[in-house]
Design a protein around this ligand. Sequence first.
Ligand code: AAL
Length: 371
Amino acid sequence: MADRTEDALSAAMQRHKCDDSENELYTRFRYSPVEGLGYELGVGRRDPSSIIKVGDFYYVWYTHCTDTRYKWLNADLWYATSPDGYVWTERGPAVERGPAGAWDDYSVFTCNIMVTGGKYYLVYQAESMPERGLGINVVGMAKADSPDGPWEKLPEPVLETAPDGKFEVPDLDQVHKQIVIEKGSWDSKAVHDPGLLVRDGKYWLYYKGHGIGDTMFADSKWGVAIADHPEGPYEKHPLNPITNSGHEVWVWPWKTGVAAMVDWAGPEKGSIQYAEDGLNFEVMATLEDIPPAGGAYIPDKFTDTKEGKGFSWGLCHYGRSDWNFLVRFDCDLERGREKQLAWSYFQHYSTIRDVMVNPGRFNVPPEALLG
Ligand code: AAL
């Protein structure tokens, strides 16, 4: 055994920055049902936007899909309002897909909101009918003078996939069965999950990409495109990709920089990261049970702040392959707020999904998992 000196540190302790209890960017998540946007047979609601407050009401936008074959295709963007974040009233469509032949005639989905200069901007994924689009999406934008619309779509997409790479789809009825002819760059197959921040007087459009020929769509990474005006043109940053992981994009102003919730894809999945310059991210904390596709209420998201304060709640989706609905999460990512980390705040310290989905399979009566 090697000699141990007083100040020797193990490898683990050499890389240890601080305990979770001292880490401002550490949190656990508590979940609660919401009224009005919860489970409903035949209606899928998913990928909620960030939440904003206008007057006495919180607003959220999300993908609304009644085609039970899909979760986000053949869908439109709807919105809902709430006085308290728990009881929501669905207000109906905000932005609907375009007429036959338009670049958004198949689906508009997975959106985010920005408020700046007294105007409201929705950015969202759009796809045209499979015959023409073959599953490659663009990012569209619509603007309005009021969160209740009417929304005016910009005529052209604000972001597109990299033009390289090549694949073929031999059978249009099975568009997911694709043959890669030539591998493309990291965002040649998808530009997904747009999320906007106002930073240094510019508009930062973060997005997730994956490439033609990537082994798995879960090999996704994030990039950013920056514009001088809310409507663009958005220019992809030369450092892209700026993360090596992450699926649904979730960024917010934190202190003088930008924080990112890197959820379930890639080698740094399950982490919160921070970049002083919004570009060079470092892992700050690893987390369990991150809200899928979370959309938080972040009051200073568009104020160009240099003292970003974070957030304490939002909505996310609970998704299965056949149905999706929205739930509320609460957390401890608001600076200055005391963290609620005691076990008693959480029903489950162990969330093995197979047990929770079918407790009977493990000889556990369903009621044993409650309360
Ligand atoms: C989501 C997002 C995008 C993808 C699909 C719907 O979680 O990453 O929106 O296209 O899955």
